[in-house]
Design a binder for this molecule. Structure first.
Ligand code: GTR
Length: 329
């Protein structure tokens, strides 16, 4: 269902086009949104893509970035792209699993051996196939452009160091809005609470949750480090990011412009990765300098064993894809 915000944005776009009049009608400003601030690798990669588009079209096509959740959380961003009020949505695969079910394979806990394995999968045939599934699914309302890196997600909380599965018991963690994640937290003995990132800071501050989970750059950049200073590298979820484009807006473009969007979109995949590696190192240094206890989990087996119920519940559906993922070197 389009939210009130979506309808408002659609209205604003219509107003902007009318005001521009025929003289400027040639120039198209494509809207892009991200929950992260300017300078964050995913945001920067799309800003750079905008510069390439401007150059290739002599300024006819450009991108206006709306960072820092200005257009709401990721669920809202997806809805806005579906109605054509937003063109580029850079979101996690987490919420996109609700739109195209096969993507949920990436949302299964410990599905990848490590981040290098995830990269090999998104760069290979499985990555191509799933992007195409988004594009080819008439109900998605989206075009799949590229994957981006998001490292591995680990738990942080306000209360205690997590060294074993038992330490998670009874703690409430914010998880992204997808039942797989809530079930994952619960299987580990914690209590998963689903909410959009736009609500997490408040939930941490008021004690609605004791913690959350994320990769180092996000833990740092969302400002959660000073609030929740126990970080354990459980790396239970390795979920790629995805850049999608509005199907409605895409269908209204010329074939040439569509090809440019596809080409430059795909190029963001490796451009973002370079920025990601630099940012992860920087974030880790900052997290440690802030006095956070960063706990390394040498043996993840007990965590992997504990999430077996999640695999029992969801795994069978994606068995074919899981097999191919496991076979990817
Ligand atoms: C970040 C990711 C965002 C969003 C966020 C979250 O790592 O970059 O797309 O998914 O996590 O937890 O909501």
């Amino acid at each position: 269902m389009p939210t009130r915000r979506t309808i408002l944005s659609a209205g604003l776009i219509a107003a902007a086009v009318t005001l521009a009049g025929p003289a400027l009608a040639q120039k198209t400003v494509l809207k892009a949104a991200d929950v992260h601030p300017l300078g964050y690798p995913t945001v920067e990669a799309v800003v750079q893509m905008g510069k390439k588009l401007e150059q290739a079209t002599n300024g006819r096509l450009s991108i206006q970035m709306y960072p820092s959740m200005q257009l709401g959380g990721e669920k809202e961003m997806i809805e806005q792209a579906q109605v054509g009020a937003l063109q580029f949505a850079r979101v996690s695969v987490g919420p996109v699993g609700a739109v195209v079910d096969n993507l949920n394979v990436f949302n299964l806990p410990f599905v990848f051996r490590n981040t290098a394995h995830m990269r090999a999968v998104i760069d290979g045939p499985i990555g191509d196939r799933l992007l195409k599934e988004i594009t080819d699914n008439p109900k998605s309302g989206l075009i799949g452009l590229a994957w981006m890196d998001s490292g591995a997600r680990s738990f942080y909380n306000k209360t205690r160091d997590i060294k074993s599965v038992e330490d998670l018991k009874g703690l409430k963690f914010r998880m992204m809005g997808n039942p797989i994640f809530v079930d994952t937290a619960n299987a580990l003995g914690a209590n998963g609470v689903a909410m959009g990132m736009d609500q997490v800071m408040n939930a941490l501050q008021t004690g609605v949750v004791d913690g959350a989970e994320n990769n180092p750059p996000s833990y740092d950049s969302f400002g959660h480090v000073p609030v929740a200073k126990h970080y354990s590298l459980t790396e239970h979820l390795i979920i790629p990011e995805i850049l999608v484009f509005s199907r409605k807006s895409f269908d209204a473009m010329s074939k040439e412009d569509q090809a440019l969007i596809m080409k430059f979109g795909k190029e963001t995949q490796l451009e973002q990765r370079k920025l990601w590696d630099e940012r992860t190192k920087m974030a880790m240094d900052k997290i440690k300098a802030a006095g956070v206890n960063v706990i390394t989990i040498a043996d993840k087996k007990p965590f992997q064993d504990a999430v077996k119920p999640v695999w029992d519940k969801y795994g069978a559906k994606y068995a074919d894809l899981v097999k191919q993922i496991q076979e990817t070197k």
